[in-house]
Design a protein around this ligand. Sequence first.
Ligand code: C2E
Ligand code: SIN
Ligand code: SIN
Ligand code: FE
Ligand code: FE
Length: 542
Amino acid sequence: METPASAEADHYDVLVVDDQPMIIEAVRRSLVVDSKARIHGCSSALDALDRAIELRPAVILQDLTMPDVNGLDLVSSYRLEPSLADSSIVVLSATQDPQVKADSFARGAADYIEKLPPVTEFVARVQHHAQASRASATRNALMRALDEANQRLREVNENLVVEIGAQRQKVEMLAAVGSNLASIQDLEVLLGTILDGAAKFSGATAGAVFIAEGDELKPSTVYSAGASRVSKSSAKRVRFGEGTVVGEVAASGSALRVDHVAPSTSQRQLAMDETLPAHPQSFLALPIALGSKVLGVLVLCDANDDDGFSTEDERLLRHFAGLVAVALQRAQAARSLMFRMVAMATLRDPTETSGHVLRVAGVSEILYSAWAKTHSISTTARVGDRDRLRFAAILHDVGKVDTPDAILKKPGKLDDTERSRMQLHAEIGAGLFSGIQSDLDEAASEVAHSHHERWDGSGYPRGLRGKEIPIFARIVAVADVYDALGSRRAYKEPWPRDRIEKVFREEAGKHFDPELAAILLDNIEEVESVRDAYNESDSASN
Ligand code: C2E
Ligand code: SIN
Ligand code: SIN
Ligand code: FE
Ligand code: FE
């Protein structure tokens, strides 16, 4: 489903701007050891900016002393050019003057290399800047997609409010759910909120959201007994158009409303979900569609009115399903971008797939729910918190994109140099989110930055202690270590449960927030079941 980041990252372009063809040639020869680097030379300062804009290279190596144009002015011109925002500018100069170096950095150069260093150092530095450029491009793509989707969602919301302005109270309720959706990025939280809103709004006592996956529909979220929850991953799927309510609504793209279900209707024909009533009195099944593309089906069962769902309910809920479709598309876009960021960090390590981050997210959620109960966090705040926490937990290690493979994949213990290099992933991860305008990036940045801090102040990168460490980071620290200990890594075998529990008993108040360590131990059964739900084969397709 997802394009592997490794494929996208196969090649990168390097533009060498130097009036001496010899230097361009020397750079080309040095970088020959990196088959991913494509070297382009430009020996005329007057052409350099145009060449750069045309090529949008990952790295620009810029000479300082050139005829016609001062190299420092070129650095400034690159930095002022929006299409080069993701390019890393590196000054390559014979000058050792500290003032010139300072000027270069002040004008936005990412590095200053005296020409030419030993090949291995040179290659490593160019590769480092190519990776930084890729991280920046991913971050900017994520920002743009979220902005566009948020904009679409706002438009749909406004249309909804205008069109059905007459039915005040219900409209207000819909708008409230709608504007709530605009701030939710996590698919599972989003669907839960949608279903809750739709069920309460129509007085239904049960319901489900099915999501299209290929030619099947997967029950994703179910509502019963006044609350919605995520379906089991083993829940039965329904085929498009196979003579079932859900399948037919998906295939035809039209709603189906039955006010009095005939007693002879078989369970197979209804085929809704194991958790829904086998013989509902009434139901309303609505396509969740964008244009002719069906993304899913929303089913509501057993309106509390004896005559089933009203026409008015149906009309409003159709608008609601349209709103859901846009929100769903946005969530899927955000999700796919998140996974791309996650993939950048995890695909490189064959022992660690996106399973790790999904499990860390799942376990973090359990810890948070228990914690929130004893810290008087309102229900509304909890929904938003849960969403931000999931997003942040999924991205906690995204800074590893910058960690060399030789370290991440090392089968044995890291030496001191490797360990310090690896520990940079916390700060690099936090840096990846700078500039993203949403309520999610703050949490993600916080968690990426502080998930290796320790309660007693002995962690990294800043040595924060106790409640100086943001609560989300304290939670993810527990979930991350719990999952790392129970998993196979390039450098270790999975640990048995009693050995893992011992770590949390002994490290409470040292490595971990003692309250959270206790919550983990008290909820160990539930935590284990989450881990099993996101086993590797399940999550690899995410
Ligand atoms: P990770 O594998 O996801 O581990 C996350 C955290 O779980 C570690 O943070 C550490 O606090 C804990 N942890 C994992 N395995 C063990 C273990 O065998 N014993 C103990 N006591 N704790 C463990 P840390 O140490 O800051 O490491 C962060 C990341 O750095 C790790 O993520 C892994 O990707 C890498 N790493 C750490 N140590 C090594 C190593 O010895 N060899 C290799 N190849 N990578 C390592
Ligand atoms: C997401 O929806 O935020 C991705 C993780 C998941 O739902 O499994
Ligand atoms: C950051 O410092 O960049 C993120 C927030 C924090 O942990 O203070
Ligand atoms: Fe980490
Ligand atoms: Fe981790």
